[in-house]
Structure formats: C-alpha cells, structure tokens
Write a protein that binds this ligand. Structure first.
Ligand SMILES: [Zn+2]
Length: 467
C-alpha cells in the first residue's frame, strides 16, 4: 500500500514536470501565408506574404520569434526561385520553403497613327497607310515581330511576345462613298451653226463616278436641218430617264452691208475671266462667228480651264494677272512673278506661252503709284525687252465702272465709229456686258465691221504711262 502511494506521487511529479516543459516550449507549427508556389510579374515589386507561427495552435506574435528569409530572387529576370523562411524560437530552429515564379504576363502594347483607314472607292487605295509600333514590357520594341492582314474590311495587327502574351488590334477600313454617275454633253449645250454647213453632234459622255464608261443604249431624239434657219433640239436620254438637251441654232451670218465699215477692224477684248459667264460669252461669239481676245486671270479657280475652250474656238489668249491684286505693282519682280504664274496656266491650256498681255488697270493706271514709284514704266520696258507686247484700248465699254446694259451698248457701238482699228475693253465677268453682247454683235456685224484677234503683230494702243 505504501509503495503504491509512492508510485502515484512520482507519476504526479513527472506529469507536472512534463506539463511545465510543455507550457514553456510547446508544439510549434509553421504555415505559409498563401500558396506554396506563387507568381509575380517581372519588374514589379514582389510582395512576400510571409508565414504564420503557431504554438500549441495559437498564433504567436512576430516579436516572440526570429525570422530570416533566404532567397536568390531577382524580380527583374524571368525564372523560378526558392525562398526559405528560417524561424528561431527559443533556440529551436524551423524551416519552410516557398517557390516563386517571376513571369511576364503583360500584353505588348500596340499603338497606331490612325484608328480607321479611309479607302478610295474607285482606286481601292488607302488614303493613309497604317503605321504601328509595338512595345512589350519585357521584350522592348517588337514591332517587326507583328503581322498585319486584311480580313473583311479590317486590318488585323497581331503580336505575341516571348512569354506568349498575345495582343491584337483591329483597324476598320472605311470605303469612300461611291461617286455618282456622270452623264453630260460633250461640248456646249448651245451651238450655233452657219446655214448650209455640215453639222455633226459632238455627243455625250456617260461614265460611272470612277470614270468607267457605262455601256448602254442611249435614246437619241431630234435632228438638225442645216438647210433651214431655226433652233433645233438634240437630246440624249439614258435608262434612268436622265435627259441631256442641246440647242443647235442654224443661222445665216450677217452680210457686209455697211460699205463704209468694211475696212474697219474691231478687236473685242475681255478681261478678268474666265468666270461663270465666260461660257455664255463664247456661245454668243460663236453665234456671230466673231473671234475675240481674252486677257485671263486665275481669280475664279473653277473656271480657269475655260482658257482651253477660248483657245480651241479660235480666240486669242493673253495674260492679265494671276491674282489681279494691286500689290503686283510693289516691284518689277512681284509683277513678273504673278505674270509668269498666269502664263503657266496659259501654257497648260493652250500649249504655249502667250506673248501678249494687258496691265491690270491699264498702262495708265495711277493706283500703282501707292505701291511703287515708276513701276509701270519699269515693267513696260522690262516686258518689251523680253519680247512681250501689251495692249490698252481705244473704246471703253464702261462695264468696269458699272455701266448699264444700254450704256455699254452705246459706248461700244458709238465708240468704234471713232477708230479704224479699234480695241474694245470689256469684261467677261460683268453680267451686263455678257447679256448685252448679242445686241452689240448683231449691230456691229450688220454694220459690216470685221473682227480680229490680238497678237504680237497687231496694231497696238498704248496709253500714256503716268507711273
Ligand atoms: Zn482687270
């Protein structure tokens, strides 16, 4: 019985000792915060999640143990790295490993100069080419590794970086609008034909907006009987019902019945065009078979090509001014530069440079004084030495000063009585002149005047140069 008691006491003491040791040292457990293997994006700061240390299943405060991390990690280089957590707790050492993968999981960035491509409907050509640039976070500039292909009205740019990150960019292709079909008369819509001469209609042009000929049967109506005076209609109708009509006037040219005028020559001159009325002037001149001289400008860009028509219809073309701005009188050089620019237009539409010209304002203008003293005199002598001939006028229609139709008529019809070779100043940009021209020509042709065009051999009229 006594022995039993002693044994029980010893057991109690041992248990008490074990309990005390357990309380001091305890059971230590270490757990990784997060996964065994973690990934982190290259170059970015690696965020270590750390460990949790438990003693007897209770979380220990970080201050109760020492933690040292061993690793060869380099966040700037792709690869797999190991990190070891070393924990010392009251002289007891514990270790735990984690694997870290430094990866590139960032897509390359594609940038372009445009976000859509405009393509010409007719030529199927792109108005602007796509330029692209591709920068990858790890590989750098990998523009030349990209591919671009055209799929269903889109350009698709594709790129894959060395870590297999893909990116693509779609650039839509936008076709320009389909241009309208062009159905128009060749040549003028009103034509004058001398009675008894042959007439062949110059026809029409029918193309799609891209300039391709549209082949279909066009209905032609109307005939011209050149044996009988009158106005005839010739028309063309396409399958859509668009109709083009030309009026053809057969006329008997006026006979020279003004005996006293038959040796007199009138040189009609038209300045400041071509413009919106020039075509009408050409038609009226054609009606009376009168040839004239146009001193041309580039003031109305959309009409400059009418110089070709002026030339083709037998009129003379001289230079007036490209800009018709007074500052051309700043200097001889300024004048010449403006003059030469206009003469390039003349070359373009007539095939040769013109040798004749008219000063804006005439050679006697005084406006030039406020730009440069003596400049007109200097220009005249320079131009003469270069072989150019300038023309002023004998008869002023008064249209530049705003004369009425009846005043223009009387200025011209009465004015030409006072000269035997008369240069008449008119402007094909003045509606009063354009509208009165038919009456003027009716009178002058019936009075037996001849009409001439100006060239370097023509009689000249020079006003007195005052600057
Ligand atoms: Zn002028």
């Amino acid at each position: 019985m006594k022995r039993f008691v002693v044994a029980l006491g010893l057991t109690g003491i041992i248990c008490l000792l074990i309990g005390v040791i357990w309380l001091i040292y305890g059971k230590i457990t270490i757990k990784l915060n997060g996964d065994d293997t973690v990934t982190s994006t290259v170059f970015l700061e690696y965020n270590d999640l750390g460990v949790s240390v438990y003693r007897n299943d209770f979380l220990l405060d970080k201050s109760k143990y020492e933690l040292k991390i061993d690793t060869n990690l380099n966040k700037d280089v792709l690869g797999t790295y190991k990190e070891t957590y070393n924990i010392n707790y009251h002289g007891r050492n514990f270790k735990l490993d984690r694997t870290i993968k430094i990866v590139d999981d960032v897509k390359p960035v594609i940038t372009t100069n445009i976000n859509k491509v405009v393509r010409d409907y007719c030529t199927k050509k792109d108005k602007e080419k796509i330029k692209y640039n591709i920068i990858d976070n790890y590989d750098g500039d990998i523009t030349n590794k990209a591919s671009m292909e055209e799929i269903d009205n889109n350009y698709l740019i594709k790129i894959v970086d060395s870590s297999n990150n893909e990116n693509e960019l779609n650039i839509p292709i936008e076709l320009t609008e389909k241009p309208k079909d062009i159905f128009k008369l060749k040549d003028s819509s009103s034509i004058y034909v001398v009675k008894g001469s042959k007439y062949k209609d110059s026809g029409y042009t029918y193309t799609d907006g891209c300039g391709n000929k549209i082949d279909e049967d066009i209905k032609l109506e109307g005939t011209v009987d050149t044996s009988k005076n009158g106005t005839y209609k010739v028309s063309y109708t396409n399958s859509k019902g668009d109709k083009l009509t030309r009026s053809v006037t057969v006329y008997t040219p006026s006979v020279n019945n003004g005996g006293s005028n038959k040796d007199k020559v009138i040189y009609l001159t038209f300045d400041d065009g071509p413009g919106s009325y020039t075509e009408k002037v050409l038609n009226t001149l054609a009606k009376y078979n009168v040839k004239a001289t146009f001193f041309v400008t580039h003031q109305f860009g959309g009409y400059v090509n009418l110089i070709k028509k002026e030339y083709e219809q037998g009129h003379s073309v001289g230079v007036h001014s490209y800009t018709h701005n007074w500052n051309i009188y700043k200097s001889v050089d300024a004048y010449l530069s403006d003059f030469n620019k206009m003469n390039e237009d003349v070359l373009k539409y007539t095939g040769s440079y013109s040798k004749i010209f008219r000063f804006p304002g005439g050679s006697s203008n005084t406006v030039s004084r406020s730009y440069s003293k003596g400049v007109v005199k200097a220009i005249a002598s320079k131009m003469t030495s270069l072989g150019y001939q300038y023309f002023d006028w004998d008869v002023d229609s008064g249209d530049a000063a705003g004369a009425s139709r009846s005043k223009i008529y009387s200025n011209v019809v009465n004015g030409v009585k006072r000269c035997s070779k008369c240069i008449v100043l008119m402007h094909d940009i003045k509606p009063n002149t354009v509208n009165e021209l038919d009456n003027i020509l009716k009178t002058l042709t019936s009075q037996g005047y001849k009409f001439g065009t100006l060239n370097t051999n023509s009689p000249t009229v020079h006003h007195t140069i005052v600057n």
